[in-house]
Each structure stands twice: as structure tokens, then as C-alpha cells.
Design a protein around this ligand. Sequence first.
Ligand SMILES: [Zn+2]
Ligand SMILES: [Zn+2]
Length: 174
Amino acid sequence: MLKCSTVGHLIELLDLTSSLKRQIQAEIGEDQTPTLLGQLWALPLKHSHAVTRLGSYACRGENPLAIRLQFAQEDTPLRQTFLHEIAHFLDHQTRQDRRSYHNPHGPSWQRWLTVIAGDTKNTESLAMRTLYAQKLKPVARCLKCGFLLYRLRSLPKGRHWLHRQCGGRLERLC
Ligand SMILES: [Zn+2]
Ligand SMILES: [Zn+2]
């Protein structure tokens, strides 16, 4: 996963290829799908070391530039953040006016998030959940493997915390 340099590569590693193709095609039709998918697959994937954000979608004018992801997070939030950012790409690139990307978490983004995140029936609660995931902050770092623990609040002081996966000690960051 750490070697992925394009969005398409991570889509394949996460085994999202066929579901994404099917969902996007159902939404915009067969004619436009190949171009949009080609663009999405080739989009650079950057490894963000910014600990304050889990991910972001970067564009300039009508051109998509990259998706940035903080990889030092657990699988489920990583996947959710990735889909959150892909929904931004799809929302931006299918708008009538792509020259500037306003209201990035509006109804058209929510719609795309529902389309690609699949089986959920409630658009708004799904959007709220991924926005919530984006507000998490890194509260501790594992001294052994570098894993960052994201939560809304700091870990309580006065006791030691261990990283369950590797047994390393967690150092509080805030
Ligand atoms: Zn967003
Ligand atoms: Zn660890």
C-alpha cells in the first residue's frame, strides 16, 4: 500500500475495481465512463505526512491534481477517507462548471459518496460519518511502528497506552 503512486493502484489493492466501475457506469452511463475512469486511475496518489488531515483532494481550476492520503491510519478509516476523496474527484469532474470547485461537501458530493460507498440508504448519515472521520486528530504515535492513533479527543493522562497491533508504547501527542 505504501508503494502506491496512483489512485488506480490503491483502488486495485483495496479490491474496489469492479464495484467502482459498475457504480460509476450506472450513474453516468457507458459513454462517459471510460474517460472518467482513465482520469481517476491515473490520478497521482500522494502520501501526506500532515498529521492534521486524513486526506484531501487537490485541483487547480478544472484540472484534478492529486489525492493525498495519510497512510498511518487504520484500514477502515483509510478506506473511508479514500472514498471520501474519490467522491470529491467525481463530483468535481461531473459538474457543469468545473472551473472552480465550490461547496465541496454539498448535495452532489453526498450523492457521489453514496453511489461509490454502496449499500447505504442514508446519504446524509454516511456523509456525516466520513466528515466526522476527517475531523479526527492524531492523539498518539506508536514508538515502535510509527502508527498514528486518530481520535476526536486526547487520550486521558496518567496511564500508559499500548498499540494493540504491535505492542509498542504509544506516545501522547496532545
Ligand atoms: Zn472533503
Ligand atoms: Zn505499533
